[in-house]
Design a protein. Structure first.
Length: 406
């Protein structure tokens, strides 16, 4: 956390130099150097040279207000400093408490929104204002949701720590009477805690990827399409409405993920109907022909199995939208005696399944996330693809109905 702001600022400067070679506008280089140096000095003085000040919230409020001012100054110099602005979200937890973290996150979200629309000069263009308001609302909503999630997670961690301490005290008393079993008890407790932490971490990582990452990708795509369709009011409004709808759905699903609830579509309908609605909405937004075929006799499965199949369909369609460039997608949901399979086929660009995919900001986590999610319910994922010949994936899960014996 201490090094990331410096790294982000350095990366932004590199981007600024590279952008200047292709004509990306910015203020004078002397102003870039002056504001950047002042920002580094501010970070050094308040954090690196005086780490003990983190315990004094009044000083930290002064620090963050000054940091926010430098962030806005940097974005005024060049919108490419928006990459540095993201480090402000991490620093909201540095010495700030309760609602003041949310206020700090809102300040950073405003700077990020200005950067994303092209900087302060874009605000003077009347047609950009509606898009800016949507981007600002999305930034503020997601930023405050994630900060609140972090605060809630810390509170739960402290509560669990207290419970673990109480449990450790009880086990110590038990160990006095059963000394020969003390080592075994300590080992079992450590394994149980590690397993619980790992399981929750994997669940939240999957939910963040499946809900927030996919939602943000769709929103950005629709806003870019709206920008390209500015001369066509009907198309511009359609893309803007799609972006707002995706934002609302993502926020709803994020809240349900925090509460460990199953996806909202499964509360309204069965699995086949929920995937059918997903396919219809995806086809409408992406303007790609898509259909769902259901075979066998649908039946109600365990909630974990249905939620996993729905998330698998969401991730598969998201991958098609991001990477395939397909003109047609077909999904088949097959109910068999012992298993249920979900097949997704597209006629897109395809790829080499044997080539390693590096996890980065542009992707690489989707297939691994699907495999991990399916493995937790004893399922499997098979992928067949080759460059230029489309992609087919098949998810297979046990057909365990509600009320069935394990």
């Amino acid at each position: 956390m201490a090094r990331l702001p410096y790294i982000a600022l350095g990366a932004s400067l590199i981007l600024l130099v590279a952008g200047a070679q292709v004509g990306v506008p910015h203020e004078g280089w002397w102003l870039v150097a002056l504001v950047s140096a002042a920002t580094v000095a501010w970070l050094l003085w308040w954090t690196t040279l005086h780490p003990q000040w983190e315990q004094d919230e009044r000083k930290m409020i002064v620090f963050f207000l000054g940091l926010a001012g430098f962030i806005y100054l940097l974005i005024w110099v060049s919108p490419l400093f928006g990459f540095f602005a993201w480090s402000g979200y991490i620093l909201t937890t540095y010495g700030l408490k309760s609602w003041r973290r949310l206020a700090a996150g809102t300040l950073v979200a405003g700077a990020g929104a200005i950067s994303q629309i092209g900087g302060f000069p874009s605000l003077r263009e009347p047609e950009v204002l509606p898009v800016f308001l949507v981007v600002l609302a999305i930034n503020i909503g997601i930023a405050n949701l994630m900060i609140w999630l972090t605060m809630w997670t810390l509170e739960q961690t402290e509560r669990r720590a207290r419970m673990i301490d109480e449990l450790a005290e009880a086990n110590t008393k038990l160990a006095d009477a059963l000394r020969e079993n003390a080592g075994l008890h300590a080992q079992l407790l450590a394994q149980a805690r590690e397993a619980g932490v790992l399981d929750e971490r994997q669940r939240m990582a999957g939910e963040i990827h499946d809900v927030l990452a996919q939602g943000l990708t769709g929103i950005v795509t629709q806003l870019e399409a709206a920008d390209a369709a500015a001369a066509r009011p009907a198309d511009w409004r359609r893309h803007l409405d799609n972006a707002k709808g995706l934002a609302r759905e993502s926020l709803t699903e994020a809240r349900r993920s925090v509460q460990a609830l199953r996806p909202q579509p499964l509360d309204r309908a069965g699995l086949a109907e929920a995937i059918g609605e997903l396919v219809t909405d995806w086809s409408r937004v992406q303007q790609v022909v898509a259909e769902l075929i259901t075979t066998g006799t649908p039946r109600v499965l365990l909630p974990e199995i249905e939620a996993t199949l729905l998330r698998t369909a969401q991730e598969a369609l998201a991958n098609v939208a991001r990477h395939a460039g397909a003109g047609r997608v077909a999904l088949t949901l097959s109910y068999m005696e012992d298993v249920v399979t979900l097949d997704v086929r597209d006629d897109g660009a395809g790829f080499d399944p044997d080539a390693p995919r590096l996890v980065s900001e542009s992707g690489g986590y989707g297939l691994a996330a699907m495999r991990e999610r399916l493995a937790r319910i004893a399922g499997s994922l098979t992928v067949e693809s080759e460059p230029g010949a489309g992609t087919a994936l098949s998810a297979c899960v046990p057909a365990i109905a509600i009320g069935a014996a394990a």
